[in-house]
Design a protein around this ligand. Structure first.
Ligand code: ADP
Ligand code: MG
Length: 416
């Protein structure tokens, strides 16, 4: 079935066509009808399968078919997301899909001035895409009321119901009218979170695509055994071997992100970093430069693991394994999006073997191993332009593994 066969308002059909969306993806095909009927939905589908449009399309159809005047400081649809970048990205999808429709969309997040946001809220909006911090801040100042919310959506729902966010979400739900539609969208879920989600809704329709393998079939992923001190040489070699490619490198902490960037700089490789210590302007610039290709190496913490849609990321490198197991799925899911294929390689040191086992347990199968023989290994370390200096011994002390080597299953909000 093609989008032009759906009973959507004309402008929505036109916008879909202009975006090059001709037919729905699996999750869109399954989620659109129940959402249009007003049902609550828990939707689980792999990374990069078009979950944003799976809720945006029917929500826009619903909002535009009963257009009411937006009221001061209110929103009709509220979408909760975990990061600034996702608030911007999801709001942009709504903006693209509502061109010419007179629906008001606002992305709301911290780290920027609040005055322009208040200005927009004053007139009321149809769709508000928000991170919890700034949203509650403005609500407590009286610039946002939840009374008019008809539809509540949790994107990255499992994360929004975890320890770091759950009390915010419970508080929010108490303030939203009982007669509302609630939608959860996620790529990963566990039984505990599932129970929590069901506890918040009535008879939710559950849609589960490809439940067996949480990693998208568009992603070839493998693990390479590389010792902690040698990781930078392998990264350097990999980047120099793939001079045209866009590479997203994940590390465990902000400090390590900066260190890896410095190490690359020493061998004349330009890169940028994105993490929670950067201000919003720097984060936005890093994201923009990576998207438009003016920078092709982005070093990120898990703050960028979820949801970010950059269609042309060729490789994800897990320079460090993630210490929250499901983030493996989210990190590798930054490549192989839509119809594109992608490759993800994880560097695993001796200290991280336990974490690797936990990730494999979470995935329900082993990750294939990229064999590196001794000669290749030594050649890679020798290849480095760093080896002519005595960086290795110098870096050794800096590079001690600061991790708790066990992966955490339950997590608190971490500063990343
Ligand atoms: P997810 O939230 O499932 O990880 P996104 O919603 O970010 O995935 O979408 C992934 C990519 O797929 C985006 O670049 C989006 O523009 C594209 N996409 C979504 N739906 C369609 C469609 N029906 N046809 C073509 N491309 C699509
Ligand atoms: Mg998404």
């Amino acid at each position: 079935m093609r989008f032009n066969q759906y009973k959507f308002v004309q402008e929505l059909k036109l916008n879909l066509e202009n975006l090059g969306f001709r037919k729905p993806t699996d999750i869109q095909y399954k989620a659109i009808p129940p959402i249009l009927k007003g049902e609550d939905v828990l939707a689980i589908a792999q990374t990069g399968t078009g979950k944003t449009a799976a809720f945006a399309i029917p929500v826009i159809q619903l909002l535009s078919s009963k257009k009411i005047r937006t009221e001061e400081y209110m929103t009709r649809c509220l979408i909760m997301v975990p990061t600034h970048e996702l608030a911007i990205q999801v709001a942009n999808v709504f903006v693209d899909l509502t061109k010419g429709m007179n629906l008001h969309i606002l992305g709301l997040f911290g780290g920027v001035e609040q005055a322009p946001q208040i200005e927009r809220l004053k007139k009321g909006v149809d769709v508000l895409v928000a991170t919890p911090g700034r949203m509650f801040d403005l609500a407590s100042q009286g610039f946002l009321s939840f009374k008019g919310v008809e539809i509540l959506i949790l994107d990255e729902a499992d994360h929004m119901l975890e320890l770091g966010f759950i009390s915010d979400m419970q508080q929010l739900i108490k303030r939203i009218p009982k007669r509302r539609q609630t939608l959860f969208f996620t790529a990963t879920i566990n039984e505990h979170i599932k129970d929590l989600a069901y506890g918040l809704v009535n008879h939710a329709v559950r849609i589960h695509i490809s439940p067996k393998d949480p990693v998208s079939k568009n992603i070839d992923h493998a693990v390479a055994y590389v010792e902690m001190d040698d990781k930078r040489f392998f990264l350097e070699h990999f980047i120099k071997d793939n001079p045209e490619s866009k590479v997203l490198v994940f590390v465990r902490t902000k400090v390590r992100a900066e260190r890896v960037a410095k190490a690359l700089e020493r061998v004349e490789l330009a890169s940028q970093t994105i993490h929670g210590s950067k201000d919003q302007n720097e984060r936005s610039k890093a994201m923009k430069d990576f998207k438009d290709g003016s920078n092709r190496i982005l070093i990120a913490t898990d703050v960028s693991a979820r949801g970010i849609d950059i269609p042309s990321v060729d490789f994800v490198i897990n320079y460090d394994l993630p210490d929250v197991v499901e983030n493996y799925v989210h990190r590798v899911g930054r490549t192989g999006r839509g119809v594109k294929r992608g490759v993800a390689i994880s560097f695993c040191s001796k200290e991280e073997k336990g974490v690797l086992l936990e990730i494999e347990e979470f995935l329900g199968k082993p990750i294939s191993v990229m064999a590196i023989n001794q000669d290749e290994y030594e050649a890679t370390v020798d290849f480095s332009e760093e080896s002519e200096h005595d960086w290795k011994s110098l870096l050794k002390e800096q590079n001690t593994y600061e991790a708790s080597p066990k992966a955490k299953k339950s997590k608190k909000k971490k500063k990343i």
